[in-house]
Design a binder for this molecule. Structure first.
Ligand SMILES: NC(=O)c1ccc[n+]([C@@H]2O[C@H](COP(=O)([O-])OP(=O)(O)OC[C@H]3O[C@@H](n4cnc5c(N)ncnc54)[C@H](OP(=O)(O)O)[C@@H]3O)[C@@H](O)[C@H]2O)c1
Length: 249
């Protein structure tokens, strides 16, 4: 039986905040949330990029700021008119470097940009989140298969999952979940892979068990499911088309 009231499996009438919603996974999640009747609040750093996204999403509000800036993040949550239901955090990218090349300042920034942001968002957002709602943080599948160069990225991903489980207890009934993605075809991936993008796509189509590349839309569908299925909290959900099952992919 589908639950009613705050636990209804729908986004109609809900308020969804996407921190990092002007591109990729965040943008697709915002579009799907709007299509399901949610009120969407969209943020990102680059105001122009955000306004272009807003033309597609028609959010109730946009706000350009860096989520790693505590004062700006606090001002944003303080300025919200009423309660919210869901927050998705997609900000922050991977940091690749083998041990000898790790720049400690960059590594600190990567930890701050993922785990620090999760803690900050959890503290600022949780008091505003209605029963049945929650926080979702983007992460990756790097810890599943140890690989040289992924020390920082694997450690932040593991830390996010551990933090989600702990926060799910501390913030209950607010729910907290993590999405761990493999390769997703987004502007971020295009920037990271550069000239090799088409070859990478072809390799993934050839070798992934699903026979196609995972798109931002696929990850967005998982985010929407995590928002509307109120049985889910404290967990990490992998979405990689089976990438971690295939050696060397
Ligand atoms: N794509 C993949 O293959 C993949 C795999 C595993 C995990 N992930 C993770 O999933 C998340 C989303 O990735 P994506 O591929 O969708 O990236 P994307 O296309 O670059 O989108 C990221 C969004 O977040 C915003 N953003 C980035 N840093 C921000 C900050 N400090 N403050 C506020 N907004 C910020 C960006 O806008 P501005 O740049 O204008 O701020 C943009 O709207 C990232 O955390 C990424 O590491 C991605």
């Amino acid at each position: 039986m589908t639950e009613a009231g705050p636990y209804a499996r729908t986004l109609a009438g809900k308020v969804v905040v996407v921190l990092g919603g002007s591109s990729g996974i965040g943008l697709q999640t915002a579009l799907q949330a709007r299509a399901q009747g949610a009120t969407v609040i969209l943020t990102g750093r680059d105001a122009e990029r955000l306004e272009k996204a807003a033309e597609l999403v028609t959010p109730a509000r946009t706000e350009a700021f860096d989520v790693t800036d505590h004062s700006a993040l606090k001002a944003f949550f303080d300025s919200l008119d009423g309660p919210i239901d869901h927050v998705l955090v997609t900000a922050g990218g991977p940091y690749y470097a083998p041990l000898a090349s790790i720049d400690l300042d960059d590594a600190d920034a990567a930890f701050r940009g993922h785990i620090g942001v999760m803690i900050d968002v959890a503290r600022l957002a949780a008091p505003r989140i209605r029963a049945g709602g929650g926080l979702i943080v983007m992460s990756g599948t790097a810890p599943r298969r140890p690989t040289v160069g992924l020390i920082v990225t694997a450690a932040t991903a593991t830390g996010l999952s551990a933090a989600a489980a702990t926060l799910a207890l501390e913030l209950a009934p607010v729910r907290v979940n993590v999405i761990a993605a493999g390769f997703v075809d987004t502007p971020l991936s295009a920037t990271l892979v550069g000239d090799g993008l088409d070859a990478r796509r072809a390799e993934l189509r050839e070798r992934l068990p699903i026979g196609r590349v995972v798109e931002a839309d696929d990850v967005a569908a998982l985010a929407i499911h995590l928002m509307t299925n109120t049985a889910l909290t404290g967990s990490t959900f992998d979405i990689d088309g089976g990438q971690q099952l295939v050696a060397g992919l």
